[in-house]
Design a protein around this ligand. Structure first.
Ligand code: DNO
Length: 358
């Protein structure tokens, strides 16, 4: 595996590349062109400039998170073929720049959903949190305002203000789309892009829906082992793969995370590893990465990745806001750096133990 760190790009991220470079063991960044809108073709010059900037800082681009899929493709509206062509062109431009991993999601309207961006924990840190009761009480159109208010001025990934201004319209567009239709549109999209992925060896890695169930009555499909395996079989090409996000699949306590990793052997191309602390099955908060701070056994998660021969990038995921840092919620420097260090420690121990027992 390679330890990496998400970076939103200069001007969007409070963290700088030179700081990432100083986190022990981190060699790559997971980045994006944050100022592109879903559906737009990524220009070769912009990709090249981003790549140069990262390389000048002594790092490399380990993957893109995300090339967002626009709603037309998810809905399968008449203009979707044109948008798929645009996506293919973006992939081609990335492939030509030697970029071989793309994370994306297929969640309608909202990307990940949290109800609090700054819940205070007993140690004074603040974290993102989710309570089902809060979602049930909220009008979806108010969701954006309630999220934006706490965002420290940052634009959150997947919550672009231009899209959120059209929330009512977006809901209307998804009116006839149920889980099966969404699944069929996803399969169609993957079938169309597989040739370019094969040509440039680009591994597509679908990010799970977060939380892993339907919110506001919208369809959601990438939520459990059964559905993700169904998708792997439906387009049975190694370039159709998975972002294994422990914090997203883990929102549903019925998901056996190490078991899922084993079942997906060979198809996980990217891993987001973080912990959650459940106060009840309907209320969780994003704790520190350490096993004892949350509900998941992080050792077992890392061990399952190790034992299945995972060799893609891992990144620590959302961190707590600590030490007075002001940053995009979940994406400060300090706690994610602690997360990376902890995950590296687990990996080293697992690796050494495995080699000794051989
Ligand atoms: C949240 C992230 C997601 C993720 C996308 C992938 O912080 O994990 O926004 O990047 O869903 O497309």
């Amino acid at each position: 595996m390679e330890m990496t760190f998400r970076w939103y790009g200069k001007g969007f991220d409070t963290v700088e590349l030179w700081q990432i470079r100083q986190i022990p063991g981190v060699t790559g960044v997971i980045t994006t062109l944050y100022d592109t809108t879903p559906g737009e073709v990524w220009k070769p010059e912009k990709i090249r400039a981003l790549k140069n900037e990262v390389e000048e800082a002594g790092l490399h681009i380990a993957g893109i998170e995300s090339v967002n899929v626009c709603d037309a493709i998810k809905i399968g509206s008449p203009d979707c073929e044109q948008y798929i062509d645009n996506y293919i062109e973006t992939l081609e431009n990335l492939g030509k720049e030697d970029i071989h991993l793309v994370c994306y999601n297929f969640m309608p309207v909202f990307d990940w959903t949290r109800t609090e961006l700054a819940r205070k924990r007993p140690d004074g840190s603040t974290v993102l949190a989710y309570t089902q009761a809060a979602v049930d009480a909220l009008d979806p159109e108010k969701m954006f305002e309630s999220i934006a208010g706490d965002a420290n001025g940052a634009i959150l990934p997947g919550w672009e203000p231009e899209r959120m201004a059209r929330v009512r319209e977006l809901f209307g567009m998804y009116a006839g789309i149920d889980n099966e239709k969404l699944f069929a549109n996803l399969t169609h999209f993957l079938e169309r892009i597989m040739p370019v992925c094969n040509k440039y060896d680009i591994k597509m890695a679908i990010h799970p829906d977060d939380p892993a169930w339907s919110v506001f009555g919208l369809p959601r499909i990438i939520i459990n082992q059964e559905n993700i395996l169904r998708l792997m079989k439906a387009v049975d090409d190694v370039h159709n793969g998975v972002t294994f996000c422990s914090g997203s699949y883990g929102t549903n306590l019925e998901n056996d995370l190490p078991g899922m990793i084993r079942a997906l052997k060979g198809r996980i191309h990217f891993a987001h590893v973080r912990n959650l602390k459940f106060n009840s099955p309907d209320d969780f908060e994003e704790s520190a990465h350490l096993s004892s701070d949350g509900t998941f056994d992080m050792y077992e998660i890392m061990k399952a990745l190790y034992e299945t021969g995972f060799n893609g990038p891992i990144r620590p995921d959302h961190g707590r806001m600590i030490w007075g840092e002001k940053a995009m919620p979940g994406y400060g420097l300090y706690d994610r750096a602690l997360g990376a260090t902890y995950l590296n420690g687990l990996w080293e121990a697992i690796d050494k133990a495995a080699k000794r027992n051989r």
